[in-house]
Design a protein around this ligand. Structure first.
Ligand SMILES: [Zn+2]
Length: 292
């Protein structure tokens, strides 16, 4: 069964999608060795990136979400391609903050309540599309809702969740759903959406109970017929290469590269997957000539 499903209500008044990103977030945690609160921040943002990515039209298009808050975790970055495959990282992955309550992680406390959410869409044009909005709470879902409202004028319901074991810090489940009202939506439809959401269990509870993404949408929108538009199998994927790392090194400028070339070999780790690339002193000097 696919782990992401996108549906439309046949009357064309809303679209929705849901995803089980447990495997994706587990892989992110394995790579980055994140604390629970950072796993939750990154996992929520990866899930949101996957939702934005899957709606991109071109195979080579991508979307980058950057939450830059004033909290101790620092910036959280998530990138998705048009298949909904994601990669990302947290600036300070080991940061821990006290829980809000016994079981509730304080994601907003780690990310920060003040700052910006940037959405950068690379649509293969000369310049990328950039939308930037202030953070609402740093809890991710509310910030994504704010982005859709302000930058895309689309009223949305966003639910994102990551559940971890408190002691071993393993990911139990992760996922979310997104409901978006189209301009044709009537007052009656809006009320039907609100009524359905009242009393809906948390998305992590529904995932723990074994509900599939489609079943989550049926439960969140009980008064709607849903037609499946698309299904996808999404995963944590990094497509880094030596050529891409060289390009990044060149962008540092000749001075920096010559400074790095003082060492016999320099190790450069990919920020997204931690794969190591090694450059000799002479290779770096060669790159410095292409730089600047
Ligand atoms: Zn990589």
């Amino acid at each position: 069964m696919s782990n992401l499903v996108r549906c439309i209500d046949p009357s064309g008044q809303l679209t929705c999608m849901a995803a089980d990103t447990t495997a994706m977030v587990r892989e992110a945690r394995r790579i980055h060795q994140t604390s629970n609160v950072c796993t939750a921040a990154l996992g929520r943002l990866l899930t949101a990136a996957s939702f934005m990515g899957i709606t991109l039209k071109g195979a080579d298009h991508s979307v980058t979400l950057r939450m830059a808050g004033d909290g101790p975790a620092g910036s959280v970055i998530a990138v998705s391609d048009a298949k909904g495959n994601t990669r990302g990282y947290v600036m300070n992955p080991e940061v821990r903050v006290p829980n809000k309550s016994e079981r509730k992680l304080d994601v907003g406390g780690a990310v920060g309540h003040n700052g910006t959410l940037s959405v950068i869409k690379d649509l293969g044009l000369k310049d990328p599309y950039v939308g930037q909005v202030p953070l609402v709470s740093g809890e991710v879902a509310e910030d994504i809702t704010g982005y859709y409202a302000i930058s895309e004028q689309t009223p949305s319901v966003v639910s994102l969740g990551v559940l971890c074991t408190p002691d071993t810090e393993e990911v139990i489940v992760a996922g979310g759903f997104l409901i978006q009202l189209l301009p044709t939506a009537t007052e009656e439809t809006i009320s039907k959406v609100e009524e359905g959401l009242a009393g809906l269990p948390a998305v992590t509870t529904m995932l723990t109970d074994g509900l599939s993404p489609f079943e989550i949408l049926k439960k969140a929108l009980p008064k709607f017929e849903l037609e499946v538009l698309e299904e996808a199998d999404t995963a944590y994927v990094c497509d880094c290469s030596r050529a891409r790392v060289e390009k990044a090194l060149i962008s540092l400028g000749p001075e920096e590269l010559l400074d790095m070339a003082k060492d016999e070999t320099t190790e450069v780790g990919c920020q997204f997957c931690d794969k190591k690339y090694y450059f000799t002193s002479s290779e770096l000097r060669k790159l410095s000539k292409k730089s600047g």
